[in-house]
Design a protein around this ligand. Structure first.
Ligand code: UD1
Length: 429
């Protein structure tokens, strides 16, 4: 298996282009199941998860065509992906495909809405908690689907079509909101989703669905009102910039020192993060082509955060933030409220010399004078990138194992960092 070697100590300077958001691209791709016309997605990141979802969609009968780069095109721009579900000839999403990526479970909603049936394997994905699907099942039942869970599969049908209803989520779920929103676009009558996730990626999906002919009110709020339509049509949509990649590189620059412009991204959707970084002593300012990041002094201030659904501090930046605050001269506390098992990076950061104590859902991070390179293991997507950015400041060599986690969600990570001066390379097996 490939590994990544990082020799810490170099400042980052220059530009890092930010890719399209994985967490927006995936639901947008799934939305192609809702129409027999072509959905054209722009700025799609080249990631293992995107390729895997293409396989899953092809299995249902979706034609997918990804156009490569042409001479003169900006290498940083994502790819164009055309998806056409002219005919759906298989409504089964099998275990072999779904078990690798939780988001593929979301096909449940569109398949039920368009075909009146779906058999979808219970999902896999990053091992960061139990990650149940009860909210999806509740919502599909409210829309009139009959459901059974058997042999590891959710077997569902709505022979006369889905019917709109009022759905109140007891807990904010990004995935359940995506899935229900897509299903409701083709349900008969009105659906109201209350306590919907407000993550920008939900808004991006809703904007695309509107371009496809859906009627949605309340985009960006926690109450979505959807008036079902008989059919949706093709559309063209550009995937929004990845706020998690933006935040990750901003923290890498804060750790290493130097000054980097993150291009193709915006401060929109990053308010809580930028505020926390300001408290930590890091300036993130909007410039013409993106965001410029620079640490104000030599030190990072200790800051305490709590992860929350959007607009709160994102759980997907928690591991990276933990790496950042290992560099303070004080104690920071980090409370994880979204996933109960999202601290697997703690023991790996400890291998690099970090001093972190876990108390239930809270990690107390005591700053250390320096991190030291070591062999570490990637445990999930965001945890693995926290080890990379810690490696950028650790003395000596850090070798990261199980790099495949990174490839699921970070496009050209080594190139982007080495272009700015990092000493990082992939060791191929
Ligand atoms: C999405 C993101 C992931 C991010 C997470 C939270 C994608 C592809 N993934 O994951 O990167 O970390 O949002 O921002 O967009 N829950 C239930 N029952 C359910 C569904 C969820 O209890 O039926 C719980 C989960 O276990 C978790 C919480 O709700 O504790 C939030 O999970 P959710 O928002 O659904 O995360 P994902 O959509 O899987």
């Amino acid at each position: 298996m490939d590994r990544i070697r990082i020799r810490g100590g170099n400042e980052l300077n220059g530009e890092i282009p930010i890719s399209g958001a994985k967490n927006a691209a995936l639901p947008l791709m799934i939305a192609s199941l809702l129409t027999d016309e072509t959905l054209k997605l722009r700025n799609v990141p080249r990631l293992v998860d995107v390729a895997q979802l293409q396989r899953i969609l092809r299995n249902h009968g979706v034609d997918t065509a990804m156009s490569g780069k042409r001479p003169g095109e900006n290498a940083a721009n994502g790819e164009n992906l055309n998806l056409t579900a002219a005919e759906i000839y298989d409504t089964v999403a099998p275990y072999e495909l779904v078990s690798r990526m939780r988001a593929s479970f979301w096909v449940l909603g569109p398949l039920l809405a368009r075909c009146g049936e779906a058999k979808v394997s219970l999902p896999g994905g990053c091992a960061i908690g139990t990650r149940p699907v009860d909210l999806f099942l509740m919502a599909m039942e409210k829309l009139g689907a009959e459901l059974d869970v058997d042999n590891g599969y959710v077997i569902s049908s709505a022979k006369k079509g889905l019917v709109g209803n009022r759905i109140v989520f007891p807990k904010v779920s990004v995935g359940a909101t995506h899935c229900t929103l897509m299903a409701a676009t083709l349900a008969k009558g009105e659906t109201i989703i209350e306590n919907a996730a407000r993550e920008p990626e939900v808004g991006d999906l809703a904007d695309c669905l509107v371009k496809m002919g859906a009627k949605i009110d309340g985009i960006g709020s926690s109450t979505l009102q959807i008036e079902g339509v008989d059919r949706l049509h093709g559309a063209e949509h550009t995937v929004l910039a990845d706020r998690i990649e933006t935040g990750t590189y901003a923290m890498a620059v804060a750790m290493t020192g130097g000054e980097v412009t993150l291009t193709g991204t915006k401060a929109d959707f990053l308010d809580s993060f930028i505020d926390v970084m300001d408290q930590a002593g890091v300036d993130i300012v909007s410039v013409d082509n993106g965001l410029r990041v620079k640490r104000r002094g030599n030190l990072i201030n200790p800051v305490s955060v709590e992860t929350r659904p959007y607009p709160g501090f994102p759980t997907d930046l928690q591991a990276q933030f933990m790496a950042l605050v290992t560099m303070t001269e004080g104690t920071s506390s980090i409370r994880e409220t979204i996933f109960e098992n999202r601290f697997m990076h703690v023991q790996e950061l400890a291998r690099l010399g970090a001093d972190i104590k876990l108390r239930g859902d809270t990690a107390l991070v005591h700053g250390v004078r320096e991190l030291r390179g070591a062999e570490v293991m990637a445990t999930d997507l965001r945890a693995s990138v926290s080890l990379v950015i810690a490696g950028l400041v650790a003395k000596g060599d850090t070798i990261l194992h199980r790099v495949y986690h990174l490839d699921r969600g970070f496009e050209e990570l080594e190139q982007k960092l080495s272009n700015c001066g990092a000493d990082i390379e992939r060791l191929l097996d």
